[in-house]
Design a protein around this ligand. Sequence first.
Ligand code: SAM
Length: 286
Amino acid sequence: MSSPEICAGVLSIVATPIGNREDISARALGVLKAVSLIAAEDTRHSKKLLAHYGIGTPLLSVHEHNEREVAGRLVQRLLAGEDIALISDAGTPLISDPGFHLVRVARRAGIRVIPLPGPSALVAALSVSGLPTDRFAFEGFLPAKQAARRQRLQGLAATTATLVFYESSHRILDCLADMSACLGGAREASIARELTKTFETVLTGTLSGLHEQLRADSHQQKGEFVVMVQGAPPRDPAEVDAVSGQVLAILMSELPLKQAVSLAARITGASRNVLYQQGLKLKDKR
Ligand code: SAM
């Protein structure tokens, strides 16, 4: 008798277009035709794409509300030897889309999971943004509520990598306003809208300038968006960060300079030398 690992099927994670239907690889079409089942986020939506390419493979709906329950059943079918593909409504599955749970349980069950790479709004947008792409932090969607959104943005204010966010038409203006407030209106940014579609637009400017530009033009508020913001300038290594500076100041109010510097360095991990220079400056001000 063969073991399940030997006869198990393959789970293919297949990227589909983010707008233009031609943006799908020949390999992806071949796999979607060949598998016994396609797990799709919204089967009605995916049927249109599959019909366009003459693919009649059966579909099963896997979305954020049923993924945990369906994943177990799909793994059973994979273990029994069926090949299955996962697609989402647009772009690469798992990138702000369902699939994480399925991939995790499939891997744990010893199933081979393979990627069929293709479009993702995040990479497409970055590639035309004109912002640094050597390091970027993908932040997905920001929280819907303003307080939580601002808190998240404040936590990102010192990140030096380019920041990448997904946003929808209902929140784009609020989101840009909060980004301006929390990251600084002068930061360079780029907004990629409706990529690969009829109204594709890529705008660049400062955060406050882009906010103003969208506010003044309701057409620019429609569609799907990727917002990219240049990272914070790297901190001068000769500068003490806010927390270390505060610790030093408190210790200096009770102790002689050398002792305060030595303790502050042990508490914060900041450089003794840099803290000493800061201590001298503080002493001069007193
Ligand atoms: N899995 C997709 C991917 O790989 O890009 C992302 C899915 S997420 C639910 C949808 C979001 O992606 C949209 O709200 C928008 O922020 C972004 N997006 C998708 N298609 C886009 C497009 N054609 N132009 C700009 N942004 C797009």
